[in-house]
Every structure is written in structure tokens, then in C-alpha cells.
Design a protein around this ligand. Structure first.
Ligand SMILES: Cc1cc2nc3c(=O)[nH]c(=O)nc-3n(C[C@H](O)[C@H](O)[C@H](O)COP(=O)(O)OP(=O)(O)OC[C@H]3O[C@@H](n4cnc5c(N)ncnc54)[C@H](O)[C@@H]3O)c2cc1C
Length: 500
């Protein structure tokens, strides 16, 4: 296995940078071939954004769908995927992922110990295909970490990769900083899986300059700061679709963040009710996804809004942040703490007082709430203004009332480093760069732009895990181990893909 020279650098067959879903999957796949593997992460613990994630994966045609009487197929999912991505999805990668999703994500994770529990509908999908494990992304990350630990891979937490080493045009290792010391690891091949850049405001605005001057919250994994992008750029990698940042509208600033930049998305198990600063609704809030709600929010002046809750809806509020939720376990005390103390939340015993605290137009706001409550009392199927179906809406009628200030939040990157279908990193001329593979959100989840302009949801984590597996297997093959990605049996050989 791995060898450490007495005073020299560590030498392994495959080095993996990043221990989120993509890096963990790559390490596992490479170890499976017998290659020696080192996995390196700058964070103190493994798991990256994957550990914090909702854990939802798009899977088409699973046993869980069948059990619930949902008829799905890769063909149906592919049509939805390409249409939703507005023609910008990498169709080869999309097809590759969707066709393998049952075998290589659903069954693969099940065998590792994941229990698929929930199936939810998401915008743009004709049938529910968003599969979530019992304990969300924490469950997926935990089983993968355990498997990597058991596999004998060498694990280097708290180790920040600063430079990739090259010799005769080949990537041959890395230089990292660990506890203030420099660590050099030589490798025959390397997988870069450092995640996205949605937590780097400078990069988000560089690629979305029209948002300069607006308040944009950061909501990627805390370490999704684009360091891997800089490492890849230094090698001359090709980048694509970098402006396709996926923003959510239902996010409020994390008032506990000393930098004041991070945000948190919050969810209700009911429809939202949003008003703009003028006290008026502006959107059908049942469509709360990145390609519907976010553009509507960005059209408001100023570019923020308020989510209105009463005591009943506040009781079903959930916040996707480790302080408020660990896996599936919600910390109600912490949520109440936010409702009571965040400067971005207003609280009042009457709606009139709430409107005054929001500094909105009081009569317009009261009329908005009145219309909402009247539509529900009248038993309407849809409210007349924006056509929102009311089956999942609740009246605003039980004090105390809350208004949570919402801003667009950058969550995920749908563009990044371009790769072929073996996850080989490509250069500007679309030629493979020898010795290096790339996977996960660094590559817009897979290949460079597997989603295109919009994602059906579950299309970030699933493809990140999948591209991680593909990258790990082919990196091992180039290092002299195994036969490339064979998944759970069938060999998937001879795939090349170089067009932009
Ligand atoms: C709160 C939240 C909820 C989400 N929920 C869902 C969901 O339900 N479904 C879905 O499809 N997607 C979801 N996503 C997106 C999804 O989780 C990510 O796209 C996916 O996990 C990315 O995996 P990754 O391995 O590419 O990157 P990450 O998981 O971000 O891992 C990258 C790792 O690289 C490390 N790293 C970075 N730079 C360096 C360096 N220089 N040296 C060493 N290490 C480095 C980081 O520390 C990190 O651990 C969610 C994201 C967030 C933030």
C-alpha cells in the first residue's frame, strides 16, 4: 500500500483533494481497485457540504417510487431534466447519471447502509423523484466516511492544499499546509473534488456582475470558497457555465455570523406567504425554486421581501443550518431564539404593529393578509391574484405574528471545471490534462454543467457522488489499478466526451 519515505514526501497511487460526497466516493472507488489513496481536506472534520445537505438525490425508477405507485423511467426524467435546464445541460452527462441513478446511487448507498425514506415532489419533475435518507445528508456523509476509514485510505483533515505539483506536463502530487507545516504528497494521479464557490462573495459577483449593489447571502458549504477553482486555473483548465449560480429566495441572514455574509434557507411544511417592501405579494409562493421564485424576488425594489408567519406556521419552521438542524433533528429552542433575537425578524401581537415594524405600507399589508385569509375561508382552490393552489396554505390568524426578511442566497454552482465522461480534467483546448480528474460541485456537479440553467433538485448531491465515483475509478486506472468505472457490475467503457 502507501509508502512514506523516511524524511521525504508521502507517496500514494491516488490523491483525493476534498472529502465531501465527491471526494469520499472517489477515494472509495479508487481503494476498491487496490490503489493506495490519500484523502485530504482543509476542514477539521470530513464531509464538506454533503454532511450539511438535505440529502435529496434525484433517482429515476427506484423501488421506493414503485412502492408508492409512482411510475418513472430514465427517459421521462431525462426529458424533464433537459427541458428544465433550458437547453444548457450537458446532455451526455445528464443521460449517463440518470440511467445509472438506481444502480449506482440508490442501491450503492443502500448497500453502504443508507435507508431511503422520503420521496418528495420538486418543481419541474412530472413525478416525485427526490429521494431522501432518514437522516438527510448527514446519513450519506456518515456512511461514506465510515467506508473510507474502513478502506485503509490515509486521511488528512485540517490540511489545506495550496499547490498542485507537475512534472513533464503531468500532475504528480500536491503541496499542502498542515498545522503551520508544509506537507508534500506525491501521487500517480489526483482527483480534485473541492466543492463550489457559493461561499465566496467575490467570485459570485465576478460571475454575476449584475447583482453587485444588492445584498446577496452566502449559503454554500462554509468551505465552498473556490480554492480548487484557483488550483485548476493554474493548470490551464477549461471552465464553463460559471455564471450559473443557483440562488434560493427563502433565505434570511445568519445573524450569528460575525462576518454578516452568510444566510440560511428556511422551510415551512406549508406554503410561504411573501410580501415585498410595499406590503404586496409578488409571486405564486408554491413555486419557490431557484428558477421561479428567485427571479421574482430579484425584480422587487428593493431586492428583498418578507415571509409572513403566525404562531402556527412558526411552529413548523425549519432551518437548514447545523445550529438549527442536525440531520433530521430540528432544534426548536434555537429556532425560537432566532425568531426572538434576529434583527432580520419582526415580531408583533397584531398585524398592524407588525406592518409598522416592517416599515411597510400598513393598509396595503393589511389588505394583502385579508385577501389571503379570505381566499382560504372561501374554500377557493387557488387564490385569484397569482393562481397559487391553496391546499397547502394556512391562514395568518394566530398571534404572535412574524415577518422574516428574505434575500437571494447563493447555494450551488451549476458551472465549473470541464471534464470528459471519465472525469478527466480538460484544458482550454479540451484536451485531457495528464494525471488529474475532477468531480463534484467543482465541475458544476459533473462534467462542467450537468444541470444547465436550472436543477430539478437532488441533481447536485446525486451527480456529485456519481462523478466522484467515476473520477476515483478512472484515476486509479490511470495509476495502473482496475479497469475504470464499472459501477456495481457492468463496465462502462470507451466513453469520451469533449465538446463544450
Ligand atoms: C445546506 C445545503 C443543503 C443542500 N441540500 C442538497 C440536497 O438536498 N440535494 C442536493 O442535490 N444538493 C444539496 N446541496 C448541494 C450538495 O450538498 C453539494 O452540491 C454537494 O454536496 C457537493 O459535494 P462536493 O463533494 O463536490 O463538495 P463539498 O461537499 O462541498 O466538499 C468539498 C470539500 O473540499 C474541501 N476543500 C476545499 N478546498 C480545499 C483545499 N484547498 N484543500 C483541502 N480541502 C479543500 C472542503 O473543505 C470540503 O470539505 C446542499 C448544499 C447545502 C450547502
Amino acid at each position: 500500500m502507501q509508502t512514506k519515505n523516511n524524511n521525504g514526501p508521502l507517496a500514494v497511487d491516488v490523491a483525493v483533494v476534498g472529502s465531501g460526497g465527491a471526494g469520499l466516493a472517489a477515494a472509495l472507488e479508487a481503494r476498491r481497485t487496490g490503489a493506495s489513496v490519500a484523502i485530504i481536506d482543509k476542514a477539521d472534520s470530513l464531509g464538506g457540504a454533503t454532511m450539511l445537505s438535505g440529502g435529496g438525490c434525484l433517482i429515476a425508477g427506484s423501488p421506493l417510487q414503485e412502492k408508492q405507485g409512482i411510475h418513472d423511467s430514465p427517459e421521462l426524467a431525462y426529458e424533464d431534466w433537459v427541458r428544465w435546464g433550458e437547453g444548457e445541460a450537458d446532455q451526455d452527462w445528464a443521460r449517463y447519471y440518470i440511467e445509472q441513478s438506481v444502480r449506482e446511487i440508490y442501491f450503492w448507498l443502500e448497500r453502504l447502509g443508507v435507508e431511503w425514506l422520503t420521496l418528495l415532489p420538486q418543481e419541474g419533475n412530472r413525478v416525485p423523484r427526490w429521494h431522501r435518507p432518514r437522516d438527510h445528508g448527514k446519513e450519506i456523509a456518515t456512511v461514506l466516511i465510515r467506508a473510507v476509514e474502513d478502506s485503509g485510505a490515509q486521511i488528512f483533515p485540517s490540511t489545506q492544499v495550496l499547490r498542485l505539483l507537475r512534472s513533464d506536463g503531468r500532475v504528480c502530487g500536491l503541496e499542502a499546509s498542515r498545522n503551520g507545516e508544509t506537507l508534500e504528497i506525491h501521487s500517480k494521479t489526483l482527483v480534485l473534488a473541492t466543492g463550489g464557490f457559493a461561499s465566496n462573495l467575490g467570485m459570485v459577483l465576478e460571475h454575476r456582475p449584475e447583482l453587485k449593489g444588492s445584498r446577496i447571502l452566502l449559503g454554500g458549504g462554509p468551505d465552498a470558497t473556490g480554492e480548487g477553482h484557483a488550483l485548476a486555473r493554474a493548470l490551464g483548465a477549461k471552465f464553463t457555465h460559471m455564471g450559473e449560480v443557483w440562488f434560493y429566495a427563502y433565505a434570511t441572514p445568519d445573524y450569528r455570523d460575525p462576518g454578516g455574509k452568510r444566510g440560511m434557507v428556511f422551510r415551512l411544511r406549508a406554503d410561504y406567504l411573501w410580501v415585498n417592501q410595499q406590503g404586496r405579494r409578488f409571486h405564486d409562493e408554491s413555486l419557490c425554486g431557484g428558477s421561479t421564485a428567485t427571479p421574482a424576488l430579484l425584480k422587487q425594489s428593493p431586492r428583498h421581501a418578507w415571509s409572513i408567519l403566525d404562531a402556527q406556521t412558526a411552529a413548523i419552521l425549519e432551518i437548514a443550518d447545523p445550529y438549527y438542524r442536525s440531520g433530521a433533528t430540528v432544534n426548536r429552542e434555537h429556532i425560537q431564539e432566532l425568531l426572538d433575537h434576529s434583527p432580520y425578524v419582526r415580531k408583533a401581537d397584531t398585524l398592524e404593529e407588525l406592518a409598522r415594524k416592517m416599515e411597510t405600507d400598513v393598509p396595503a399589508f393589511l389588505a394583502t393578509i385579508e385577501r389571503h385569509n379570505r381566499a382560504l375561508a372561501g374554500g377557493l382552490e387557488r387564490e385569484p391574484e397569482f393562481g397559487k393552489p391553496l391546499a397547502n396554505s394556512k391562514k395568518i390568524e394566530v398571534p404572535p405574528y412574524y415577518a422574516i426578511e428574505i434575500f437571494p442566497l447563493a447555494r450551488k454552482n451549476f458551472g465549473g471545471v470541464k471534464t470528459d465522461l471519465r472525469c478527466h480534467m480538460l484544458d482550454e483546448g479540451l484536451r485531457p490534462i495528464a494525471g488529474i480528474y475532477a468531480a463534484g460541485e467543482l465541475c458544476g456537479m459533473a462534467g462542467g454543467h450537468i444541470n444547465g440553467k436550472a436543477g430539478l433538485e437532488g441533481t447536485m448531491l446525486g451527480p456529485s457522488l456519481f462523478s466522484g465515483r467515476v473520477a476515483g475509478a478512472w484515476a486509479a486506472q490511470e495509476a495502473g489499478f482496475g479497469a475504470g468505472f464499472q459501477g456495481e457490475g457492468k463496465s462502462i467503457q470507451g466513453l469520451t466526451h469533449t465538446e463544450t
